[in-house]
Design a protein around this ligand. Structure first.
Ligand SMILES: [Zn+2]
Ligand SMILES: [Zn+2]
Length: 381
């Protein structure tokens, strides 16, 4: 089958690899029809992870079930399914509590909780930027889509990661109806966080970024665009909240946060959030941070230790929730909002490209080229 393979830093290639297949009785085999390039794929693309050469990438996947293992009960051949990026067992201590992002079964590394398709340190699983994908524990992991699956495929594919991840950041931050919310990062996840805050009834949503195309998308859903290349984003947020700060804040940037000159400061968005959020406010962090970052600008950050303003955080009595989204905690409800027409997360999509164009698409998306806000690769077209 054709697949997007990591060949080294800034080198994603479309190659022929052995077909994905059923390996265990609980597996489901999916023919991929839509698979997104994710902002978090760029950490790997830029060589900032220890992803092994030859890995098939892609964790935002949707397609049609073409085969099921003999122990699969619920999922049928022909079902259109969206796959959470988390690969979870459904029976471990964390999965039974709904914390499927921290499954204790599916990652063979005993120091790690949680597994994913085609991702560094997240288990041996190949990704779905390919013609076929093996889905472990298919009965548990597949989200079956309704009869409008094909028609709303661009919306439903966002249930694999970014829509639930954006939603998760608002959950971690504790967003309630009427709250003011500041979101750092207007990439796909930040825009989904803003969209989620809007669905939850936030009274004021401020989105910090510096790329005009992204800020325009934030404004298109009613958020206030805050351009941090113009002046301090903290001061802009304080000015917009009578000096008090936002009730809630979401971090949707991660460890490669950088200033307008391009210098990386992994603590930048976190410390800005402490300043931008009111005393006793909540902060939700879903941007990726890593335990080891050999490419980091300083010695501490190489060990995942960042210079966080804990004293101010403590004095303000703020709270913070972190970590990858437990997609299954939200994807069913968000699917139903899409189905009835109350959510349309595809508003961020800029490109539909055949899988063969992946190498080029990675280059443009990584360069944050104007207009490349979200890419869906269409397999088999
Ligand atoms: Zn993703
Ligand atoms: Zn589990």
């Amino acid at each position: 089958m054709k697949a997007v393979v990591y060949n080294g830093p800034r080198d994603m290639q479309v190659k022929n690899v052995p077909d994905a297949k059923i390996e265990r009785p609980t597996d489901v085999l999916v023919r991929i029809t839509s698979t997104n390039i994710c902002g978090s794929d760029l950490h790997m693309y830029e060589g900032r992870t220890d992803l092994e050469q030859g890995k098939v990438v892609g964790h935002e996947n949707l397609g049609e079930v073409i085969e099921v293992g003999p122990a699969v009960d619920r999922i049928k051949v022909g079902d259109m399914v969206c796959l959470p990026f988390n690969i979870a067992c459904g029976f471990c201590e964390n999965c039974t509590k709904g914390l499927t992002g921290f499954c204790l079964t599916t990652n063979p590394d005993p120091k790690m909780a949680g597994a994913a398709y085609g991702y560094a340190d997240m288990g041996p699983y190949n990704g779905g930027q390919a013609e076929y994908l093996r889905v472990p524990y298919g009965d548990f992991n597949c989200l079956v889509l309704p009869e409008d699956a094909r028609e709303k495929e661009d919306d439903y594919v966002m249930l694999s990661d970014i829509f639930p991840t954006g939603w998760h950041s608002t959950e971690l931050a504790g967003v309630q109806p009427g709250d003011s919310v500041v979101i750092y990062g207007a990439g796909p996840v930040g825009l989904m966080a803003a969209y989620s805050a809007s669905i939850k009834g936030a009274s004021k949503i401020m989105v910090v970024d510096r790329l005009p195309d992204r800020l325009r998308l934030a404004e298109s859903i009613g958020a206030i665009a805050i351009d941090d290349s113009k002046s301090s984003p903290v001061e802009q947020v304080l000015a917009a909240t009578q000096g008090k700060g936002a009730d809630r804040g979401c971090e949707c940037v991660g460890f490669q946060a950088h200033d307008t000159q391009g210098h990386e400061h992994p603590n930048m968005t976190l410390n800005n959030l402490v300043q931008s959020v009111k005393a006793t406010g909540g902060i939700g962090v879903v941007g990726v941070f890593v335990p080891q970052d050999p490419g980091a600008p300083d010695q501490e950050s190489k060990q995942g230790a960042i210079n966080f303003d804990f004293g101010t955080f403590f004095f303000k009595g703020q709270s913070m929730g972190t970590g990858q989204a437990n997609v299954k905690a939200y994807n069913r409800q968000l699917r139903d909002l899409i189905h009835v027409g109350k959510a349309k997360p595809s508003f961020i999509v800029s490109h539909h490209l055949p899988l063969d164009h992946a190498t080029d698409a990675y280059q443009h998306f990584d360069a944050r080229d104007e207009g490349w806000t979200k890419v869906i690769l269409k397999t088999g077209k």
